[in-house]
Write a protein that binds this ligand. Structure first.
Ligand SMILES: Cc1cc2nc3c(=O)[nH]c(=O)nc-3n(C[C@H](O)[C@H](O)[C@H](O)COP(=O)(O)OP(=O)(O)OC[C@H]3O[C@@H](n4cnc5c(N)ncnc54)[C@H](O)[C@@H]3O)c2cc1C
Length: 468
């Protein structure tokens, strides 16, 4: 029996919280305060930044201000793909040369290992499984893109990436219509909430102050303003990613893009035997409106994709609630991939926001004249990237405060990248809706009219969106 839409738990932040429990919320800011560094936002970016800064300079007084609780945003809702993708690499290659982009890619490869290693060292059990990343093609057009993608990744030095045909793919995972796949070892599956909770506890244990239920309404040089008081600090680091538009003066910097997920009930041994997937690779496809999935530690499939991509006026969701139509669209992908799961119960659905800059390039910045810094715009590839951003912010702050110099990280091409703002409404809304409607139409066309040529529609959407 398939589950009716009403039996699905919808929202509640995410399945990961239903699984691991909501945290006790820390005390809000009691009044005006001062610090050496104030970090706005308690997701992976903010917490990793606090972690590395405090480790590097133990006497630093660091305060994290979080509007709800650490992990309330994408860091507590994502697909748990810890992998080496970084948004904007190709553009950085164009702007700074191929070699600079190869350095960025290498740093991302190392970052996957860094997160796994630090989590281990800090005693954070985040259900990490280092099975790599498997991306599959299910149409001839997707296969052509997959091969091009594979070759492209090799050109950035990823010598250990592999390309599989239909039979080798089926040996790993049995997906209906899979015609090929590419696999990289630079990825791991994890439980997002276990990581973010563990990280918050580790940061606090180091002596960082965390105030939750404390929304920052405005960031100015040396000031983070909240309804309960202002924290003054030489460095104010904005780590609010998809929520950035809610800050005064930041409305058009990063567009909050929705991503939605579903989690099935735990599958039976027989169901897993029919599917395979014993390598527990994180799984994605080559559709224009792509899907991503993981096999969870407790034997479910958690699968995500684009639902309603964007809400008018850069609004964000309500505690992760997602539309019934999106839940159905994700279930359709699940059963298209795994027809034997047609009757499986969907237990949970949720959504979250990620930050998209106008040029789709992630960045990490410290403005030396104001002490304001930020990192984000990861466009859905932030689980690992947030860690690289945090170590880079650490180096930038240390250099600026005279405690360090240039480092390999401060020289990476995404540092201090500038981007123009998004268009005002209604153009922003129209553009994003149009882009995703076009991607879906292109995917549909490629499924119905198999040919190896990618639909021209998708190329037009890419150009309009500023992705290429
Ligand atoms: C559904 C979904 C699936 C995803 N899957 C993957 C994946 O599998 N792999 C991957 O690499 N990436 C994935 N991503 C992206 C990834 O989760 C994010 O890029 C990453 O978590 C961003 O971390 P962050 O700390 O920068 O932002 P967030 O985790 O969003 O944290 C920002 C924090 O700032 C707080 N905040 C916001 N505004 C204020 C304010 N004014 N005052 C105080 N606090 C504030 C928020 O409450 C939040 O806790 C996914 C994203 C979503 C939404």
């Amino acid at each position: 029996m398939s589950s009716s839409a009403s039996s699905v738990v919808n929202g509640g932040i995410s399945f990961w919280y239903a699984d691991d429990g909501l945290p006790a919320v820390r005390e809000p800011l009691p009044g005006d305060a001062s610090a050496d560094v104030v970090i706005v936002g308690g997701g992976y970016t903010g917490l990793w930044t606090a972690y590395y800064l405090k480790k590097a300079v133990p006497f630093l007084r660091i305060t994290v201000l979080e509007q709800k609780f650490c992990g309330y945003g994408a860091s507590g809702r994502n697909g748990g793909w810890l992998y080496n993708g970084i948004a904007g690499r190709d553009r950085y290659a164009k702007l700074h040369g191929h070699e600079a982009a190869v350095r960025l890619q290498r740093a991302m490869n190392d970052t996957v290992a860094e997160v796994v290693q630090v989590a281990e060292a800090e005693g954070i059990d985040a259900d990490v499984h280092r099975g790599g990343v498997l991306e599959v093609a299910t149409t001839p057009a997707q296969l052509a893109r997959l091969k091009a993608f594979h070759a492209h990744e090799l050109s950035y030095g990823e010598k250990d990436r592999e390309l599989y045909g239909a039979r080798e793919t089926a040996g790993r995972i049995r997906i209906a219509d899979a015609v090929g796949s590419t696999w990289t070892p630079h990825g791991a599956r994890l439980h997002p909430v276990k990581l973010v909770k563990g990280l918050a506890a580790a940061v606090e244990a180091l002596g960082v102050t965390i105030h939750e239920s404390t929304p920052v309404t405005e960031i100015r040089p040396k000031h983070a303003v909240t309804p309960y008081g202002t924290v003054r600090a030489p460095y104010v680091l904005r780590c609010t990613e998809g929520f950035t538009a809610s800050l005064k003066g930041q409305k058009r910097i990063w567009l909050p893009m929705n991503s939605s997920m579903i989690a099935t009930e735990p599958l039976t041994e027989e169901q897993w035997a029919a599917i395979g997937w014993s390598g527990r690779e994180t799984l994605g496809d080559m559709a224009h409106a792509y899907m991503y999935a993981q096999r969870t530690a407790d034997g479910r499939i958690a699968l995500g994709g684009r639902g309603v991509p964007y809400r008018f006026g850069s609004r964000t969701d309500n505690d992760g609630r997602t539309q019934a139509a999106t839940v159905e669209a994700l279930r359709e992908i699940l059963t298209r991939f795994f027809p034997s799961l047609a009757g499986v119960r969907i237990e949970h659905a949720w959504s979250g926001v990620l930050g998209v800059p106008r040029d789709w390039c992630a960045t990490v910045t410290l403005d030396r004249s104001t002490g304001l810094g930020w990192a984000g715009g990861y466009v859905g590839s932030g689980v690992a990237t947030a860690n690289l951003a945090a170590r880079t912010l650490r180096d930038l702050v240390q250099r600026d405060s005279g405690q360090g110099g240039r480092t390999e990280l401060t020289d990476l091409p995404w540092v201090n990248h500038k981007v123009r703002k998004w268009e005002p409404e209604p153009f922003r809304w129209l553009g994003v809706q149009g882009m995703y409607a076009t991607y879906r139409a292109a995917d549909q066309r490629e499924r119905l009219r198999p040919g190896t040529e990618s639909s021209r529609l998708a190329k037009v959407a890419d150009r309009v969106a500023g992705r290429h």
